[in-house]
Every structure is written in C-alpha cells, then in structure tokens.
Design a protein around this ligand. Structure first.
Ligand SMILES: NC(=O)c1ccc[n+]([C@@H]2O[C@H](COP(=O)([O-])OP(=O)(O)OC[C@H]3O[C@@H](n4cnc5c(N)ncnc54)[C@H](OP(=O)(O)O)[C@@H]3O)[C@@H](O)[C@H]2O)c1
Length: 299
C-alpha cells in the first residue's frame, strides 16, 4: 500500500504535472494518478485505486476534459469527466473523511460583466465545456462540505498544448499571425497556480479547522487580450532567439470562427484568495517571462 499526504489526479496533464513537481519541493508526499491507472468517470475505478493509498490527507483533482471545441460534438464525454468525475471523487473523499481541492474555469461565466468576476457572481456558461465544469462544481458542493474549488483562466505552461506554445510554434513558422483582440482575460502560468494549490494544501493539512472552505479565483494579475498576449509572447521570443519571428496583427472574433462560443470578458477577481489564504498572483507579464526563461533553458 502506497503512503502519501496528497493524491493528485490528472498528474499527466499541464497543471497536474506542475502540482506534482511543486509538491516534491514542498516536502509533502504526493501520489500521482492519471488515466489509464484511474478513470474518474467510473466509481469503481476511483474507489479501488484510492483504497490502495494508505491514509491520504487530501485529494487534488486536476483531471478534466479540456478540449473546448471538441466538447460541442461529444458532450457525453465532457460531462462524464467534468461532472461525473468530480462527483465520484467527492463521494470518495466523503467516505474517506478527507477534503478535496478541485479546479474549475472562467468559462462558467457568460463574459457580459464590466468588471472582474467575483466567486459569487452568477454562472451562465456559453458552451458545453463550461456547462460540464459548472455541473462538476455543483456536484462537489452538494456532496462534500470540506472542499476548495479554484477557478482559473487562460492556463499555459511548459507541458501540454496551450496558447503560448502554439503562438511560439506558429511565430517561428509563419510571417504573420492574426489573433483576436476583442476577448479579454487573465493569462495564468500553471507553475503559479501549482504554487497556490500547494500553499492551500499545506494549510488544509496543518490547520484543517481554520480553512475557509469554498470557491476561489486565481489567475495572473492584469487583464489583457489574446492579441496582446500573443504580442508579448513573440516579443519575449525575439529577445531570446536570433531567428526571424512573425508579426502579429489584431483581428475581431467575428473573423475567427470557433466551434464553441467563448466569453468576451472573463477576468477573475482574486481578492478572496488574497484575503483568505494570503496568496497574491504575480503579474502575468512577469510569469510569462519566467516561463520563457524556463523554455529557453529546456526545462
Ligand atoms: N487549459 C486551460 O486553459 C484552463 C483554463 C481554465 C481552467 N482549466 C482547468 O484547469 C484544470 C487543469 O487543466 P489542464 O489544462 O492541465 O488539463 P489537461 O492538460 O487536459 O490535463 C487533464 C488530465 O486529466 C486526464 N484525464 C482525462 N480524463 C480522465 C479520466 N476519465 N480519469 C482520469 N484522468 C483523466 C487527462 O488525460 P489524457 O490527456 O490522457 O486525456 C490529462 O492528463 C482543469 O480542471 C481545467 O478545466 C484549464
């Protein structure tokens, strides 16, 4: 039987990998799990794998169905992972008597706000992915009192497919990139979010009676557009590379059709996590520069 303080689900994904790395340097013992060793959509799979872990103190769920456009044509798969998966995990946490940290998204909002979204603002997802993530939140809330839900946005990192890596690749291949300039949000480095989750985990394990359970927002500080984000990525690349890098031009969303509708504005207000846990996200430009340093060193 494997002993660990924290079980991390979705450990092969962009965020899950980063959480496991952060836990290594924190001194906490992590048990890293992903499909095919565990399938969170299957209650028996979740139960038998978690029963094989000796007295875990906390579960962090980074497993998810994250293909936003594909979800429109395969909603059953999205709801199975993003709604039924967290429901199964919350039931298992209740049975084991341990808390759950679950990750959610800015896509639970409709993007019509004129100020950064607060945790208590009404959800109104525009697409299947957003609806499945909202149902996942509700499944956790209704089953397990001791939960933390962390909503994040525009996640990027050194692992997996994400906007930064796509822009870097296209920026080296093409002369010019067109990027939408009328959708606003907050880019978030997976490494910053992993650090935030480890700090919450440390508090949960050391003083569980003092944990302010509930939903929180965490994203990079500052609001930008995909166009300005792409501009900054290519600017950072130019500083580090001698090869030619593409120009980037702004285009409206109307000229860049996607299968799933996206919120036009999904900035998140991070005041609650600052007040409750003393966690302040770094400015997104600073985190982007840190990731670019890590990528250029092959990390
Ligand atoms: N990426 C973003 O821009 C973004 C923005 C806001 C919020 N979020 C949220 O942040 C969290 C982490 O996202 P991410 O980008 O790190 O996701 P990711 O890279 O897609 O990783 C998700 C992981 O979950 C695994 N998984 C899928 N189905 C599973 C199942 N049935 N049982 C067990 N594991 C399963 C995946 O395995 P396979 O790869 O083999 O499918 C993958 O390793 C998610 O909750 C996501 O909704 C992401």
């Amino acid at each position: 039987m494997k002993h660990c303080n924290i079980v991390v689900l979705g450990s092969g994904g962009m965020l899950g990998w980063e959480v496991v790395e952060s836990l290594k340097s924190s001194g906490l013992k992590a048990c890293a799990l992903d499909i095919p060793h565990i399938d969170i959509t299957k209650r028996e799979s979740a139960r038998s794998v978690l029963s094989g872990v000796s007295s875990p103190g906390l579960l962090i769920n980074c497993a998810a169905y994250t293909a936003v456009d594909k979800a429109e044509s395969e909603p059953e798969a999205a709801f199975a992972v993003n709604r039924d998966g967290p429901a199964n995990l919350a039931d298992e946490c209740e049975r084991l008597g341990i808390p759950l940290i679950h990750i959610s998204t800015d896509y639970v909002f409709n993007g019509k706000s004129d100020r950064p979204y607060k945790e208590e603002d009404a959800a109104d997802p525009l697409n299947v992915y957003g609806r499945s993530k909202w149902d996942g939140e509700e499944a956790v809330r209704s089953r397990l009192a001791r939960h933390i839900i962390v909503r994040t946005s525009w996640l990027y990192g050194s692992r997996g497919q994400n906007f930064v890596k796509t822009v870097l690749r296209l920026g080296r291949e093409r002369e010019e990139l067109n990027v939408v300039s009328d959708q606003y949000g907050c880019p978030t480095w997976s490494c910053d979010l992993a650090g935030c989750l480890v700090r919450i985990a440390e508090r949960v394990l050391s003083c569980p009676e003092e944990v302010p359970w509930g939903a929180y927002h965490f994203c990079g500080e500052g609001i930008t557009t995909w166009y300005h984000f792409a501009f900054a990525i290519l600017d950072e690349a130019r500083r580090r590379e001698s090869s030619r890098i593409a120009r980037v031009s702004p285009v409206p969303s109307s000229s860049y059709a996607t299968v799933a509708a996206r919120p036009m504005y999904s900035a998140l207000d991070c005041g609650k996590i600052r007040a409750g846990f003393g966690i302040a996200p770094p400015p997104w430009e600073k985190s982007l520069a840190s990731l670019m340093d890590a990528l250029s060193q092959g990390i």
